[in-house]
Design a protein around this ligand. Structure first.
Ligand code: ATP
Length: 354
């Protein structure tokens, strides 16, 4: 495996817990580059937190290795690793002021007083809490408390910052604000961030690269665009965004027949399996005249979503196919409930999945 000079390398990590039938992590390998905003994304229970806890040293792997900046860290105690963690529950000390919370790690390492004061001031400014150093946590909002937790973790100047669902306790507006803040802070400091979430929108919006996990394994690693536009398999396609999935039989290179008999063209298929799944994003399909399309059906429902409309078309053969249409210029509805329509597709919008 290629090693990253100043990032994180996990190699063949296996982790089991007593009482569990199968390992929670099954041979996980991963290289994260220096200064990357890297996200572990997957459904609840897939092993994201366990992987983070192994990197932090809060759990010990059964086998495999972990290197940070080329140095093997997997046998080191947590406090010796160049890693800090921000948890979902902010875990800041309620009896200490904001400034004391931020200074905590530096005090423990007996740094000089002037250095601590300067660092605290720098961190308060970084997380936009200037002037709030003397407040107690209970005098802060949830979002502000999360900023204190972040400032405390960053004050120690870790090489890696691990963030375990740090925004999930915040309401949607604060959450969106903090997503931008986290991105800004990461690019200002140039520290590698490893962010755990089960929220695909958050992952797409924030990450340089994403690892999609399921059942203790990494299924795909890529940029948000790669993960969304060229999902490696059916699980990734369904987990990230909405998608229409249809079983099909391969007729020849680039030609596939659906169960309804309709033949579709698809591009970019590297696989040669006889039975495949075709994936089409709702925004890559359009409503057209029935005579202009191979796939036809009846509009069963139309959902007005503000920026766009979602059409539920029951195809001949019974499958419900979703089409998302952008609401350009306060555009009128293209087809109403009950209308017979065709579904227009371009071959490159149809992905062939295993
Ligand atoms: P979530 O998004 O819900 O936090 P996750 O992807 O982070 O989920 P983990 O917390 O890593 O998942 O848990 C993975 C699996 O390991 C789960 O089935 C969980 O029940 C199990 N597990 C985690 N910690 C322990 C433990 N200390 N002892 C036994 N089983 C555990």
């Amino acid at each position: 495996m290629e090693r990253t000079a100043n990032g994180l390398d996990c190699c063949s990590l296996v982790k089991s817990f007593t009482g569990a039938a199968a390992p929670v992590l099954k041979n996980v390998s991963l290289s994260i580059r220096e200064n990357e905003f890297f996200t572990l994304l997957g459904p609840s229970g897939c092993g994201k937190t366990t992987l983070l806890r192994l990197i932090a040293g809060l759990e010990v792997q059964d086998s495999g290795t972990i290197d940070v900046a080329g140095v093997r860290v997997d046998a080191m105690p947590p406090f010796n690793r160049p890693v800090n963690t921000v948890f979902q529950s902010y875990a800041i000390f309620p009896h200490m002021t904001v400034a004391q919370n931020i200074a905590f790690g530096l005090e423990a390492r007996r740094r000089p007083r002037t250095e601590i004061a300067a660092k605290v001031a720098q961190m308060l400014s970084l997380v936009r809490l200037d002037g709030m150093g003397n407040r107690r946590p209970r005098q802060l909002s949830g979002g502000q408390q999360q900023r204190v937790a972040l400032a405390r973790a960053l004050a120690n100047q870790p090489k890696l910052l691990l963030l375990d669902e740090p925004l999930s306790a915040l309401d949607l507006k604060l959450r969106t604000e903090m997503q931008l803040e986290l991105k800004r802070i990461q690019s200002e400091l140039g520290i590698t961030f490893i962010f755990v979430t089960h929220d695909q929108h958050e992952a797409l919006a924030m990450s340089d690269r994403i690892a999609v996990m399921s059942n203790g394994q990494i299924l795909q690693i890529g940029t948000p665009q790669q993960i969304y536009e060229t999902p490696a398999n059916r699980f990734v396609a369904e987990f990230i965004g909405e998608t229409n999935l249809m079983d099909a039989t391969r007729l020849s290179q680039g030609k596939f027949r659906l169960a309804s008999g309709v033949v579709l063209d698809a591009e970019g298929s590297a696989q040669d399996a006889a039975i495949v799944t075709l994936a089409i994003r709702p925004e890559h399909a359009a409503i057209t005249e029935p005579r202009n399309a191979g796939m036809r059906g009846i509009v069963r429902d139309v959902a007005y979503l503000g920026a766009d409309r979602l059409y539920y078309v029951e195809l001949d053969g019974g499958l419900i196919f979703r089409i998302r249409e952008t609401n350009h210029d306060w555009g009128a509805q293209t087809a109403s409930k009950g209308a017979r329509v065709g579904v227009a597709l371009r071959p490159r919008s149809v992905r062939v999945l295993s």
